[in-house]
Design a protein around this ligand. Structure first.
Ligand SMILES: [Zn+2]
Length: 487
């Protein structure tokens, strides 16, 4: 009911609490917008300029107006609508505490009685319009306490603060500048400390502070030597691919295949060995808040392993989720940094996409990824050359869950299990709740057929005939191989 009231408040400019808190914020945005318009030619500072790592050391007290533009329309629902009662209760309680940021979304996902939640704020203090680490950490502490006390079945919470951005690989129009993931057990171990001092959230695994945020946060320790530095668990590496520098990085960072040493072949995996009763479940496009924690809990409950083809940009935004995948013993594969269609890119950009994703995964897990899945299964001779030079195995699939469009659970399960046999490779996506709900049914269905989910590395030997060896100079059809149509 408070949520309904909240929406009414947004639609009707009455003296609602939230609106009152938003007013100064909106006034500042409007003022900034006017300033930006009046002085656009004389003001070189822009979000793009701020993205450059070379600017991070500079402290700006006020983020540009476009970073503070309110995200989502006034009709936007704060509750996601997955577990509505939980979500409403959490949203109500959060509105009753004094939040520093605008609450954008509360979502609680549930699969087989196991729940995970996320709380999303818009970065920027409602009163001052400034980015403050203290404001984000205090709101994050409030979100953790509220969510974990709302329902004991909630095992994991993601909290993040975002700024407006262009749509990225997941179709999001925001950029997380602060992210934090906590399992119930790790939160409870620190709950007293966090209640006393919200800054203690920094000790919850890997808490990520985007360089853009640090650039503008006046309470960033690097701007004030009296403050203690962020602890080693706080992830503050410069971004690999964001902003204006990306083109420069593309031109210099991609390790091109060595033209002088001919690498005539590349390995490709269309399916695994038929001689062992194993099937690989592959989950693309993560890590994703709420969904990845639920997937990991389902896999853990069913004692099953999976293979995650991750997008480097998202791994960078949610570093703890990537570490959770690795620590649970699942396989991590390369799905490029930006999830771009590789057939549309030149060889230098392809190389940079592969290397940037590897850089992020290497930072966080120390792993060198052996398996590459080009987005859409789409490849060209240049992709083969790049994969060959990196000794990567291009990994396609035999069964496509078609779950990127979030169809009904029964449809996903049917697509994954129809005709499944030893060596099959199932393609799923890690972005929607129905994929997670289908997962236990798929695992049970495989086991009912005497098949066991396996890592890709368990599906072939080093010189195994299951690995197709292709000549990289092979003439390919314009759109690459079409896995769904292949026999
Ligand atoms: Zn993908």
């Amino acid at each position: 009911m408070a949520v309904d009231r909240l929406r009414q408040d947004q639609e009707t400019p009455a003296a609602g609490k939230l609106l009152m808190r938003q007013l100064p914020f909106l006034t500042i945005i409007a003022a900034l917008g006017l300033l930006a318009t009046a002085a656009s030619s004389a003001q070189p500072e822009s979000a793009e300029a701020a993205d450059s790592p070379s600017h991070i050391a500079l402290h700006r007290s006020q983020p540009p107006a476009k970073l503070l533009m309110p995200l989502e329309g006034e009709q936007a629902q704060v509750v996601k609508g997955l577990c509505v009662e939980d979500e409403k209760r959490i949203a109500e309680q959060l509105q009753s505490v004094s939040l520093h940021q605008r609450l954008l979304r509360v979502a609680v996902g549930e699969v087989e009685g196991v729940k995970a939640a996320l709380v999303k704020f818009q970065a920027g203090d409602l009163l001052t319009g400034q980015f403050q680490l203290a404001a984000m950490e205090t709101d994050a502490a409030a979100a953790l306490a509220t969510v974990f006390s709302a329902d004991t079945d909630i095992r994991h919470v993601d909290v993040w603060s975002v700024v407006p951005s262009v749509a990225n690989a997941g179709g999001q129009s925001h950029r997380p500048v602060f992210s934090l993931s906590a399992a119930r057990s790790s939160y409870l171990a620190l709950a007293d400390s966090i209640n006393n001092d919200p800054q203690a959230v920094r000790r919850l695994g890997v808490v990520r502070y985007d360089p853009l945020l640090l650039c503008y946060a006046s309470d960033n320790p690097s701007h004030n030597s009296a403050l203690v530095p962020l602890p080693p668990t706080a992830y503050t590496k410069a971004l690999v691919g964001y902003g204006a520098d990306w083109q420069h990085i593309l031109a210099s960072n991609g390790r091109l295949p060595d033209n002088a040493s001919p690498e005539p072949t590349v390995r490709m995996m269309l399916h695994g060995t038929r001689s062992r009763r194993r099937v690989a479940i592959t989950i693309d496009d993560g890590p994703c808040p709420l969904i990845t924690p639920l997937i990991l809990q389902v896999l853990n409950r069913h004692q099953a392993v999976a293979n995650f083809f991750v997008v480097g940009e998202k791994a960078e935004q949610y570093p703890q989720l990537l570490r959770d995948i690795a620590q649970a013993g699942h396989l991590i594969g390369n799905h490029t940094y930006h999830h771009r269609r590789l057939s549309e890119l030149g060889i230098q950009e392809i190389a940079a996409e592969l290397d940037a994703c590897q850089t992020v995964v290497g930072w966080l897990t120390g792993e060198v990824m052996r398996y590459l899945r080009p987005p859409g299964g789409d490849y060209t001779a240049e992709v083969l050359r790049c994969a060959s030079a990196r000794s990567q195995i291009i990994t396609l699939w035999t069964h496509n869950a078609g779950d990127w469009a979030n169809p009904p659970v029964s449809e996903i399960v049917q697509r994954c299990l129809t005709g499944v046999r030893p060596g099959s490779i199932i393609l799923m996506h890690g972005g929607d709740i129905n994929s997670v709900r289908a997962l236990p049914l798929i695992i049970r269905g495989l086991r009912a057929r005497g098949l066991e989910p396996a890592l890709l590395s368990e599906m072939h030997g080093p010189n195994c005939p299951e690995l197709l060896t292709l000549d990289v100079a092979l003439h390919l059809p314009q759109n690459g191989w079409q896995p769904d149509k292949a026999k």
